[in-house]
Design a protein around this ligand. Structure first.
Ligand code: UDP
Length: 314
């Protein structure tokens, strides 16, 4: 019997790649998205697939599903700082009410449940790299609080449903991920730098560029999410690339790969921008036998190609 997976945020960057991956593994997919930051183009190629169904709905509102569900993957949320700071209330609602609705559905359907959480639960971390045991350093009332706290609340709610109702849950703490289908104007560093080099504009570095991030290629992340979904780990697991780069190094790398002559310009650092971020992935390595395979160079080449070919589409 084919298993059915409901994916919220299924038309988003990560969600749509999960749809593709799980359809290839013979799952049936119900994709729920209100397209507020997701894009119908990401799932257009699946519209004639009999195992794929799209529901245009805000998951912060009650949802009725007739089909049996084996898995629920809750990915719906704005995820780029520019997006979630534009729509902070929707962001808080999808992390709280959306998580509540999908957990209720998991309880009724006896479905396994996976929450897409984030490295933002660690805030501006005082421990680097961040292991899952670190509780974080979050400003609840700052401009990033709407995202950080909605995901922290979501994790707490997921654990409560696990402890009280025995829902079989997973929590993926997803670190910076990039690849084809990222929205070119979501304001994040990868689409910004790529669109800037492709159009010969200066690369905009915020602050002095000494802040660090690590960059996981989408295919690696999807494999990690799948392994976690199929595991029986009812605790948070970090998924990300452990190779840490300063933003300045990252800009130089993109310039080198594209042989770009774009200049680098420095702009104001956004408020509460984390100074460091890097996942400790020992847990994922040990229990999921997972680690990223794509080098930054290879992942960036794929992504740059996608942006070049889809300049006017996404
Ligand atoms: N950043 C930058 N230039 C840009 C966009 C982002 O220097 O054009 C920096 C940003 O200040 C942050 C890092 O790149 O330190 C990653 O930002 P992004 O918005 O991709 O995601 P975050 O990791 O902050 O959630």
């Amino acid at each position: 019997m084919e298993k059915t997976v409901l994916i919220t945020g299924g038309a988003g960057f990560i969600g749509s790649h999960l749809c593709d991956f799980l359809l290839n593994k013979n799952f049936k997919i119900i994709c729920v998205d209100n397209l507020i930051t997701g894009n119908k183009k990401n799932i257009e190629h699946l519209s004639n697939n009999q195992n794929f169904k799209f529901i245009n709905q805000d998951i912060s509102k009650h949802i009725a599903i007739n089909e049996n569900l084996d898995y629920i993957l809750h990915l719906a949320s704005p995820a780029s700082p520019v997006d979630y700071q534009k729509i902070p209330i929707q962001t808080l609602k999808v992390g709280s009410l959306g998580t509540h609705n999908t957990l209720g559905l998991a309880l009724v359907k006896k479905a396994k449940y996976l929450l897409a959480s984030t490295s933002e639960v660690y805030g501006d971390p005082l421990v680097n790299p961040q292991p899952e045991t670190y509780w974080g350093n979050v400003n609840p009332i700052g401009v990033r609080g709407c995202y950080d706290e909605s995901k922290r609340f979501a994790e707490a709610l997921v654990m409560a449903y696990h402890r009280i109702h025995n829902v079989d849950i997973r929590i993926a703490r997803i670190f910076n991920t990039y690849g084809p289908r990222m929205s070119k104007d979501d304001g994040r560093v990868v689409p910004n730098f790529i669109t800037q080099v492709v159009s010969n504009k200066p690369l905009t570095i915020y602050g002095d560029g000494k802040q660090t991030r690590s960059f996981c290629y989408i295919n690696d992340l999807i494999e990690g999410i799948y392994r976690l979904m199929m595991s029986n780990i009812n605790e948070p697991v970090n998924l990300g690339n452990p190779e840490e780069h300063t933003i300045l190094e990252f800009a130089e790398k993109i310039k080198k790969i594209t042989k770009s002559k774009s200049k680098i310009v420095f702009k104001d650092l956004p408020i509460d921008d984390p100074r460091v971020r890097c996942p400790d992935i020992s847990k994922a390595k040990k229990i999921l036998n997972w680690e990223p395979k794509f080098t930054l160079g290879n992942g960036l080449k794929e992504t740059i190609e996608f942006f070049k070919q889809n300049q006017n589409v996404f």
